[in-house]
Design a protein around this ligand. Structure first.
Ligand code: IMP
Length: 427
């Protein structure tokens, strides 16, 4: 059975949770490979409506091992809250595993995320303020504390003592904030460790054994390609790689071990937070999309910026992810629009360009060049076969396939599990 990476191909919020929830019944393992509780994966299934932040969207299938992988950062308080909420709704979490290599979001990360954002004033990134950037910065600075360290209280105290001294100096001397108490943070994290101990494991062995058995594995991405720190709209990005390559690292499966990469795109674009978005619609059409699709952040509740599909950005996403197929979600949101636009190139300082510039400042100056298509103005929410879609909807999807050079394997026409068109078997 295959290893498939399911990755966000735009600015996040593409509907990866729904796609993973849908595909998870066909596999034995789901590994969330990057990000932290900045992610918000909405899953609507027969058990209920759920908003997951850290727990893989495969959790609703008791036979699926769900791993929070080595490439993630975990705020233990938020994870415990998520586990409790699921258990409260009778969802079993005994098949959840936390990689002992995953890094922890610490109280100073949360404080610093807020303080750093405030110090950026007009140039704020618009982070989710979940401490994600500071936690990943500490990981590469070798100042991070990993989930496995919660299991050895003495070693934890030693590391925390020296790290906290350094963090308190930054909090007090640079930001004039109050220092954190070593005793309080230590005791708090010891309690988290006791609560999570049964879930924390060495995961490379678990994944190796699953692969030896030939189990199907889904690598579940968070955020989207255009928030990647290398290829996204830097510095308006997140801090870990949402790309399939990030899946390889964050799950611990070498690149040759990934058989397929499914890129999840919305049928239009959205973005939360600051940074350039060439096709943003600050008009009635943008508002109409936002209201119809309820485009408000799952994690922060912020209104999402909405715009037309950007095929230039999608081309880059295809390239850097090595997509083998696309899942196009929320096609039904476009049902009542009389005319649709797809951005096929940008105009930059009087020239036409067909690539996504590396600099956010340059991208800010890019004006979208649109191709117009007639809308279908018909309800697609009950359609289950590609051939049954309205002609104009088929044309829209086919044009996206042509522009991105990637086949649409899956099309979603509503939030429920069954509202999908599987054009080609995904696995
Ligand atoms: P951070 O990941 O909280 O540091 O936020 C950095 C940027 O990524 C901000 O623009 C956030 O709005 C954006 N971001 C982070 N997580 C998500 C997500 O799950 N969906 C959409 N945008 C996100």
């Amino acid at each position: 059975m295959a290893v498939i990476a399911v990755v966000g191909a735009q600015w996040g919020d593409e509907g990866k949770g729904k796609v993973v929830d849908m595909l998870a019944e066909r596999v034995k393992m789901v590994v969330r490979f990057s990000g932290g509780d900045n992610a918000g994966h909405t899953v609507i299934n027969p058990i209920g409506d759920f908003k997951l932040h850290l727990i893989p969207s495969g959790i609703f299938y008791p036979s699926v091992t769900c791993i929070i992988g080595s490439g993630t950062v975990i705020n233990p308080a938020r994870l415990i809250e998520e586990i409790d909420k699921l258990n409260h709704k009778k969802v079993d979490t005994s098949h959840l595993v936390i990689s002992d290599r995953a890094h922890l979001v610490m109280p100073y990360h949360l404080l610093l995320d807020g303080l750093e954002e405030e110090s950026r004033a007009g140039k704020a990134i618009g982070t989710t303020r979940r401490g994600i950037g500071p936690a990943f910065a500490d990981k590469v600075a070798r100042l991070g504390i990993r989930a496995g360290e919660l299991l050895d209280k003495k070693a934890l105290l030693d590391r925390l003592a020296s790290i906290l001294e350094h963090k308190n100096a930054i909090l007090t001397k640079i930001y004039g904030a109050e220092p954190l108490s070593l005793d309080e943070v230590y005791e708090q994290y010891c309690r988290y460790g006791e609560r999570l101990a049964g879930y924390i494991k060495e995961t490379t062995t678990i994944i190796r054994k699953a692969r030896e058995r030939g189990d199907g594995i889904l690598l579940e991405g968070a955020q989207g390609a255009l928030l990647d720190p290398d290829y996204g709209t830097y510095p308006y990005t997140t801090s870990s790689s949402p790309l399939a390559g990030g899946g390889s690292l964050g799950a611990g499966i070498g690149p040759t071990g990934i058989d397929r990469v499914l890129g999840v795109f919305k049928a239009y674009c959205t973005r939360v937070g600051g940074g350039p978005m060439p096709t943003e619609l600050e008009d009635e059409t943008g508002n109409r999309i936002r209201e119809r699709a309820c485009e408000y952040g799952t994690t922060t509740g912020r209104p999402r910026r909405c715009g037309w599909f950007d095929a230039v950005a999608a081309g880059l996403s295809n390239q850097v992810n090595g997509l083998t197929g696309m899942a196009i979600t929320r096609l039904d949101v476009l049902d009542d629009l009389p005319e649709l636009k797809i951005c096929v190139a940008y105009e930059l300082d009087g020239r036409t360009i067909d690539y996504f510039p590396s600099s956010a400042a340059t991208l800010e100056r890019c004006r979208p060049i649109y191709e117009k298509l007639e809308g279908w103005q018909a309800d697609t929410t009950d359609v289950r076969r590609f051939d049954d879609l309205p002609e104009q909807a088929k044309k829209y999807v086919k044009r996206l396939e042509e522009l991105i050079s990637c086949p649409a394997d899956l099309i979603c026409v509503g939030p429920a599990r069954e509202q999908k068109i599987e054009v080609r078997p995904v696995l």
